[in-house]
Design a protein around this ligand. Structure first.
Ligand code: 6PG
Length: 247
């Protein structure tokens, strides 16, 4: 049985970045030979990404042992401003330059989104070591997630069939349900769930309404996200619904 989600409310975007970094550092302090962290796109994780190349984080992160993956990406070249991998590179990975073999972007040079999804799933399987996910051995140590105003998470949009995927680890998403309207590649809910911890990062007044709907039990992709381990919604005060917002 999945544990119920935990809601943590912090003052603002800066506090949220600090709190997210604290979660990451706690995971990376566990006694493991290697770690797998799944990054998210959008603006909400930017504060966290900016912190990582600075002290005290930079020297405490065991860069040689951490592998960086993405929960989704836009099907654009890595140097395109809309690329999630490109954003994380600019904000922290390029500033630290961990071993290149530890960085696992979604291959947007594939012929199409389905081919990219297949290649990424194969890369994840090779990293994990077996074909099937074993609940006692999660794929990821930490999965970062965001929520869109429509309730999407990763690139799993409400009403699209990819949300219901139960077998594949990654899927092509030919049509995005929200801007930027470029095709996407996304991990699926079961692959994302194979984690010791999932951390949603939610910032700003614009998220209040969708959070209210999720808290009221709406069936949306972000509400369906679950985790083998802890599921934490880290939300700043601006994004937190008032009691009257929750129907
Ligand atoms: C993407 C993201 C997406 C994002 C949400 C929230 O590629 O668009 O992975 O799922 O997390 O849309 O985005 P913001 O943080 O910008 O609100």
């Amino acid at each position: 049985m999945a544990k119920p989600p935990k809601l943590t409310i912090v003052a603002d975007a800066d506090a949220l970045a600090q709190a997210a970094a604290t979660h990451l550092m706690a995971r990376l302090a566990e006694p493991r030979d290697r770690f797998a962290v799944c990054l998210t796109g959008g603006s909400s994780p930017e504060g966290l990404y900016r912190l990582l190349p600075s002290e005290p984080y930079r020297s405490r992160i065991p860069w040689e042992r951490v592998h960086w993956f993405w929960g989704d990406d836009r099907f654009v070249p890595p140097n395109d401003a809309r690329s999630n991998a490109g954003a994380a590179r600019r904000l922290f990975l390029d500033r630290v330059a961990p071993p290149a073999a530890n960085i696992h972007p979604i291959p947007t040079d594939a012929d199409n989104v389905d081919a990219a999804a297949q290649r990424y799933a194969a890369e994840l399987r090779a990293f994990y070591g077996t074909e099937r996910l074993d609940p006692s051995r999660p794929l990821f140590d930490l999965v970062l997630m965001g929520v869109g105003n429509d309730g999407h998470t990763a690139s799993l949009f409400p009403g699209q069939r990819q949300v219901d995927e139960t077998e594949r680890w990654a899927v092509g998403v030919p049509e995005a349900g929200m801007e930027p309207f470029v095709p996407r590649v996304s991990l699926t809910l079961p692959a994302l769930a194979s984690t010791r911890e999932m951390l949603f990062l939610v910032v700003g007044r614009g998220k209040r309404q969708i959070l209210a709907r999720i808290m009221a039990g709406a069936d949306l992709p972000a509400a369906r996200a679950h985790a083998q381990g802890d599921l934490v919604w880290l939300v700043d005060r601006e994004a937190t619904p008032e009691r009257r917002d929750v129907a």
